[in-house]
Design a protein around this ligand. Structure first.
Ligand code: NAP
Length: 316
């Protein structure tokens, strides 16, 4: 008989939700038609909360969960969690690093190929019957081109390895040089953009990185440059990005994430030099299952009094 009460604030896939319901008393906050009623009836009993990577958890919600001990995020990004608030209240936060790294890096490479070699446009060309009237336009060789990576963490390194294998030249920026890598560190984002053919965003979202890629960075990237974002929509000033694409300030964009998902700026939908994906970075059966297992393992470890397999670094 499940004993601990868990608040679920995002839709979860069955391979996570079924075992979660078998082990815990789950309360569906995201589906509740009357959320205040649910919180008034169950809030005091709730000891755990499960949310998605993109879910924003306001402190006002957490205030109504006085017995909350752990938030387990189904995702590696936890920019929707008020970490400082959790620290002050002694709430642990678990997430799902590593298990999704390769899949997300694959998507970044896909976006480099799709924008650089025009594959999405070429696919539309064939489907429209245009090939019957002549060949597709020439594109630019990727080997030898410069890839600048913003945030050389787990995913950033996996992207760098893949692009290096394709013959691209790698440099990166972040808050500090990463130990144990030989790729060139550039302290300043604008300088990195100015020296990149592809600027690839792979740092965490949240207040510290909001609109880090702004109009100035896009101007530095310039008309030869393509922006790729597999991290979080909030990191790019999307209005500035639309203007940069409309004016030809930058060459192209490959985007898996957006500021206001699932809403994509209408102007981007008609641009031939833009590739749009619906946040599919970790979207394979294998990886989502591994993420679900780790999300559950974090919760189980907490209630068994064991260390979390993946506690977020700020709370270690
Ligand atoms: P990670 O290992 O923590 O790497 C993040 C990197 O960003 C680190 O190199 C970090 O280096 C750097 N960084 C942190 N804060 C920064 C700042 N303020 N300015 C510049 N650089 C900063 O995380 P990861 O596992 O690679 O994941 C990265 C992000 O990818 C996640 O946070 C998530 O939002 C996103 N993601 C997206 C998808 C998708 O489906 N598209 C899937 C998974 C993850 P320093 O700490 O040394 O600065």
């Amino acid at each position: 008989m499940p004993t601990q009460d868990i608040l679920v604030t995002a839709p979860l896939p069955p391979f996570l939700y079924e075992p979660l319901k078998a082990g815990y008393r789950c309360h569906d906050h995201h589906l509740a038609s009357h959320k205040p009623g649910l919180l008034a009836a169950e809030g005091a009993r709730v000891r755990g909360l499960v949310q998605g990577g993109g879910t924003v958890t306001p402190t006002e919600l957490l205030d109504q969960l006085p017995g909350l001990e752990i938030i387990s995020v189904f995702g590696v990004g936890y920019d929707g969690v008020p970490v400082e608030y959790c620290r002050q209240r002694g709430i642990r936060v678990g997430h799902t690093p590593d298990v999704l790294t390769d899949d997300v890096a694959d998507v970044a490479v896909g976006l480099v190929l799709m924008t650089g070699r025009g594959f999405a446009k070429a696919d539309r060309f064939v489907r429209a019957g245009a090939w019957e009237r002549g060949g597709f336009e020439l594109t630019t060789r990727l080997g030898g081109r410069k890839a600048g990576i913003l945030g050389l963490g787990r995913i950033g390194k996996a992207i760098a390895e893949r692009l290096a294998a394709m013959g691209m030249r790698i440099a990166y920026t972040g808050r500090r040089p990463q130990p144990g890598v030989t790729w060139r560190y550039v302290a300043d984002l604008e300088s990195l953009a100015a020296d990149s053919d592809f600027l690839i965003v792979a740092c965490p979202g949240g207040a510290a990185t909001r609109h880090l890629v702004n109009a100035g960075v896009l101007a530095a990237l310039g008309a030869k440059g393509t922006i790729v974002n597999i991290a979080r929509g909030s990191i790019i000033d999307e209005a500035a990005l639309v203007r940069a694409l409309e004016s030809g300030t930058i060459k192209a964009a490959g985007l898996d994430v957006f500021e206001n998902e699932p809403h994509v700026p209408r102007a981007l939908l008609s641009m031939d030099n833009v590739v749009l994906l619906p946040h599919v970075g970790s979207g394979t059966h294998e990886t989502r299952k591994a993420m679900g297992d780790l999300c559950l393992a974090n919760l189980d470890a907490h209630f068994a009094g064991r260390p979390l397999p993946a506690l977020i670094p700020e709370l270690r």
